[in-house]
Write a protein that binds this ligand. Structure first.
Ligand SMILES: *[C@@H]1O[C@H](CO)[C@@H](O)[C@H](O)[C@H]1NC(C)=O
Ligand SMILES: *[C@@H]1O[C@H](CO)[C@@H](O)[C@H](O)[C@H]1NC(C)=O
Length: 353
């Protein structure tokens, strides 16, 4: 065992025992980042590769042409998230999941009452070959839609926890005999979901293969506030940060749990702390080079799309604007992973210029 490996093993063991932040440590095996996004007017998937090991300096792959173009469902994908294989799939499998929504073919109202209840799934064993997508239904018929699916490996469960936002019928729009059942889901007697939608909530299911999923359940319900676009970042064995869009106020806020994914969540900056308003689609990723540093992308959806922010203190609401000089404009709600030298070289050889 090399000394550096021994030191790392000691740090991991110590971190586990003392609950220190482990996954936000720098990782010398990662030499760059792969970003996976959709663009405002193009519901396809675009890849961006970092320039060296710079977390906020990205260049388009394939000269900015789409890498994945869905044909199933609405034939439009939004909010793509790339998921590192974990457990027995670590380093061997990657998944990209996304919202089945081509807004050019529908309206925002219709897409939240009778939108797709499925997610797109692509999978790869090398980050290069992705095959064709599959469309998997994850939500019940009494929901209005499935938006912004993302996933995190739950090591306690040994499965991927997949989450998304759904709307159900409004409690205020209550004609119980006609439109809603007792749990405020759309009733089978209202198959066209004419009852007004209620607030968005975050739903979840577990999967081992992104083919079969457990029945959906509610993960976070902040009613009467509408919440969407959950992004989770593991900070330590039982510690996580989560980022959400308050769809009612149209701002993004962060919460932290040191008691696991289903533990107690509080806002480091106080109960009404938020990071920015007029943004959505938060995505947080650990820095490859600087231990404890987190990069955060916020989608200025009414303007130029993603802008980068950073923090070195996840116990505070302490986000600072990052340098945008080399961050492309127009990138919308997506995701970023760290890549090894072999992965970086393969991506560049396949789609680089
Ligand atoms: C639902 O909408 C379809 C298409 O407009 C219509 O044919 C059907 O009768 C509606 N169902 C109900 C129960 O209203
Ligand atoms: C969302 O924003 C509204 C309006 O500012 C506020 O009243 C509500 O408490 C917020 N909800 C959450 C979960 O932050």
């Amino acid at each position: 065992m090399k000394v550096s490996h021994l030191l790392r093993a000691i740090v991991v063991v110590a971190s586990t025992i003392f609950g220190l932040e482990i996954s936000t440590r720098a990782d010398s095996s990662l030499v760059g980042y792969l970003g996976v996004f959709f663009l405002g007017d193009a519901p396809n998937i675009y890849f961006y590769l970092s320039n060296g090991n710079n977390a906020i300096f990205f260049k388009a792959l394939k000269s900015g042409q789409p890498i994945l173009v869905p044909t199933l469902g609405t034939a439009g994908v939004r909010d793509p998230s790339i998921i590192n294989g974990a457990g027995s799939e670590a380093g061997k499998k990657w998944y990209i999941i996304g919202t089945d929504l081509n807004i050019a073919k529908t309206t925002w109202d219709a897409s939240q009452r009778k939108g797709s209840l499925s997610i797109y799934v692509w999978e790869s064993t090398d980050l290069i070959n992705w095959g064709t997508e599959r469309l998997i239904k994850v939500e019940n018929d009494n929901a209005g839609m499935v938006w912004a699916p993302d996933a995190i490996w739950d090591s306690v469960k040994g499965q991927y926890l997949v989450h998304w936002a759904s709307k159900f019928v409004s409690q205020a729009d209550s004609n119980p005999t006609l439109r809603i059942d007792v749990s405020y889901k759309y009733s089978t007697s209202d198959p066209n979901h004419t009852g007004n939608p209620g607030p968005d909530q975050i739903r979840y299911a577990y999967t081992s293969d992104f083919k079969t999923f457990t029945s959906p359940q509610t993960f976070i319900n902040a009613a009467p506030t509408s919440i969407i676009d959950l992004s989770l970042l593991q900070l330590g064995t039982n510690s996580y940060a989560r980022f959400l869009k308050n769809e009612t106020a149209t701002n993004v806020y962060m919460e932290r749990s040191d008691t696991g994914l289903f533990g107690t969540w509080t806002r480091p900056g106080g109960v009404s702390a938020m990071i920015h308003s007029g943004v959505e689609g938060p995505y947080a990723y650990a820095d490859n080079l600087v231990a404890g540093k987190v990069n955060l992308l916020l989608d200025y959806y009414g303007s130029d799309g993603y802008r980068p922010f950073t923090s070195t203190n996840m116990n505070a609401n302490a986000w600072v604007d990052a340098d945008r000089a080399n961050f492309p404009t127009g990138l919308r709600h997506g995701s970023v992973i760290g890549v090894t030298q072999a992965e970086y070289d393969a991506l560049k050889a396949k789609w680089g210029t």
